[in-house]
Design a protein around this ligand. Structure first.
Ligand SMILES: *[C@@H]1O[C@H](CO)[C@@H](O)[C@H](O)[C@H]1NC(C)=O
Ligand SMILES: *[C@@H]1O[C@H](CO)[C@@H](O)[C@H](O)[C@H]1NC(C)=O
Length: 363
């Protein structure tokens, strides 16, 4: 009698502890994920012991109802780690495809470890609940999985500062919930998909520092919420679509260091854009005389192009010009006077054909 009751209590205990802890299959997948990584300084994986991976495993969180692993959040530059260890982390190894067995994952952040290499497991594209994928700041190679577009709940895709190659997959523009796309500083080549404008929820598109070729698709202007478009330091050709200047909330437009030709669209000078860098392209023609009270620029950098003609008089009617750079063009004529110019230095205007007047020599 006594014996059987103790067996029952043991069984009961086993049942209760399985109910409260993560499923053994999730635990096994986490341990296999960990086995492919090596983190020598902080010892974050030392906390990955015991049966309940939902409890006190550093960076692991579970869904409160299903008890399935919902988040992996490991940041090499996390403040919390820094406070504990007094240094930022470093990790080598690769992201094991075992991670794809965690089919309830909604968020994967394995960022700023500098040393993680290998490829993004292709199976990541079949995690049905994935909303955040942040692998920023590692040494990841290979391509963005071709069927990334299957991640219908993805809102954040950040693989910046890695060594990712290949082109932007056509399926990416199927990510109808995507809000934040950061592919900066990789080795991505090929064009921006012509259907880019299908990313209707996108607010930040950061593609700077790659080898992207081809034109800026005009469909970008359909992205009503786009606030920040950074295509700088690529090999982009063609003209600047003038519809960019008609976008409701586009505030930052960085197209510097590309091979963009054609004229400077007048729409851009009197738009929501307040941070405009078009430096180091092959823009031709005159600066349109279309500044006005809506022109409010913290940065307006048109340097290193082939612009000619005068600096338009309407620039005096701009509400604000914080930093202006028109150096290294073929501009000529009197620099207009007015409040927006009072603080500007000669370097803003140097290396043109024949500009004159304050702050350069008198005309
Ligand atoms: C985008 O999604 C649609 C509908 O799910 C699918 O038919 C199409 O093949 C997808 N496009 C790409 C390029 O994956
Ligand atoms: C504009 O882009 C150029 C080239 O990338 C860069 O050197 C410059 O600092 C940028 N201008 C501003 C004001 O940030």
């Amino acid at each position: 009698m006594k014996r059987s009751s103790s067996i029952i209590s043991v069984l009961l205990f086993a049942v209760i502890s399985t109910v409260n802890s993560c499923p053994p299959s999730d635990r096994a997948a986490l341990l296999a994920f960990k086995a492919a990584l090596h983190e020598p300084y902080l010892g974050i994986f030392e906390s990955w012991t015991g049966t309940d991976c939902c409890h006190n495993w550093y960076g692991v969180s579970c869904d409160t109802e299903s008890k399935r692993v919902a988040e992996i959040n490991l940041r090499g530059e996390s403040k919390d780690l820094f406070e504990r260890a007094g240094r930022y982390g470093f990790m080598t190894g690769y992201i094991s495809s075992e991670i794809c067995k965690l089919t309830r994952l909604s968020s994967i952040t394995v960022s700023d470890w500098e040393g993680i290499s290998g490829e993004i497991p292709k199976c990541i594209a079949s995690l049905p609940f994935l909303s955040i994928l942040d692998l920023n700041g590692n040494k990841i190679t290979g391509e963005i999985p071709a069927d990334i577009g299957k991640l219908q709940r993805l809102t954040v895709l950040n693989v910046a500062d890695n060594q990712i190659s290949g082109s932007i997959p056509a399926s990416l523009t199927n990510l109808s919930d995507l809000m934040h796309l950061d592919l900066r500083n990789n080795k991505i080549s090929g064009p921006i998909p012509i259907t880019f404008g299908r990313l209707r929820m996108l607010s930040r598109a950061l593609l700077s520092g790659n080898s992207i070729t081809g034109p800026i698709p005009a469909s970008v202007c359909l992205i009503y919420r786009l606030a920040d478009l950074d295509l700088s330091l690529n090999q982009i050709t063609g003209e600047i679509p003038s519809c960019l200047g008609k976008m409701a909330v586009l505030a930052t437009l960085n197209l510097d260091c590309n091979k963009i030709t054609g004229g400077l669209p007048s729409t851009l000078l009197n738009s929501a854009v307040g941070n405009l860098n078009l430096s180091r392209n092959a823009l031709q023609g005159k600066i349109p005389d279309d500044f006005g009270p809506r022109s409010y620029f913290t940065v307006l950098d048109l340097s290193h192009n082939f612009l000619k003609g005068p600096i338009p008089k309407s620039l005096s009617s701009a509400s604000y010009i914080g930093h202006l750079d028109v150096s290294f063009n073929h501009l000529c004529g009197r620099i207009p006077a007015g409040a927006p110019f009072d603080h500007l230095e000669a370097s803003s205007f140097m290396y043109n054909d024949c500009l004159c007047g304050k702050p350069l020599r008198a005309c």
